[in-house]
Design a protein around this ligand. Sequence first.
Ligand code: SAM
Ligand code: SF4
Ligand code: SF4
Length: 349
Amino acid sequence: MAQTSGDAGGDAIRPAVRDRRARPLRDLRISVTDRCNFRCGYCMPRDVFGPDHAFLPRSELLSYEELGRLVRVFADLGVSKVRLTGGEPLLRRGLDALVSLVASTPGITDVALTTNGSLLAGHAQSLRHAGLHRVTVSLDSLDPTVFAAMGDTKVPLSKVLDGIAAAADAGLSPIKLNTVLRRGMNEAGLLDLVEFARDGGHVLRCIEYMDVGNSNGWDRSEVVTSAEVLDQIAAMHPVEPVAAARPGEVAQRWRFLDGRGEFGLISSVSTPFCSTCTRARVTAVGELYTCLFAAHGRDLRGLLRGGVDDDALHAAIAAIWGARDDRYSELRGLSTVDLPKPEMSYLGG
Ligand code: SAM
Ligand code: SF4
Ligand code: SF4
């Protein structure tokens, strides 16, 4: 049986189930759809996710009611933060209803959304009213041509910028901006993104390009490391590190000494952070993954639809987390790159 303990779990005071490495279960990422209107080459390359790609049929997806029930059980196990993601989560209709369900769940203190921003302008206000606390918008370039190439999309950059502005108007600031830097593609635009974020009061987070899934043809030579990013930014603006607000924080935080905000570096490749990883992921069809790189998930939908009660659901999830030993990024090596892994658009980033 998994150990449950209330200490050293970060900002959450509630007891949490712990895994075999004593990591508490604190964060839940829910993928609400595997569909997307972009085809970012590092995530859903078009030659793999083409017109014939079989996306999940609607009937297979967990309903909002089922997700709400899962969130209640996860909250009882220690989760306080929930992030809705995908695919592109705003392609799922009525997402504010789910936000509202999650935000009203006892124990959940933080509800966040990760989106490509293309549909955000029309939804920011209602999401905020529904109880959304934070939004992260992925933005790989401010150059319309580079943006289109990175996202392999016809959606204009201006739509994403409108979405960011609407989120700020709705009171969702500070907005996090996720940028994946890919060598030879968009790294030349880094400093423009830095200035855009500083001017708008946003927090830029540069993510090292990861070997998620098996379709992006990842090659370490394309990874722009956090050390390189830091060198470039620090050459423009003096910076100093900021202590993590809580254990398990994904980004290393840095602040500009002129007082104009901060930025984050997510260094999964160069500086893995598995030892403090407190994140569980649930796919749109209700599989529980204990690591972004786990070969398989565990079916929760079967339990939900099979009529088990909350105690049984609680026990099943506690057992899965209690057996967790994942630390892929710490073990990453040539031999692991070709292992079967879920696609990020399926699992949820
Ligand atoms: N579609 C939404 C979006 O793009 O924000 C949410 C889902 S997306 C999978 C979540 C995050 O994963 C995005 O910020 C994206 O940049 C990041 N991501 C996807 N593939 C990645 C990769 N191979 N390496 C690093 N980050 C990746
Ligand atoms: Fe879509 Fe997000 Fe993946 Fe880009 S990163 S293809 S926007 S799911
Ligand atoms: Fe967590 Fe797995 Fe990423 Fe390590 S590789 S930080 S265990 S999701």
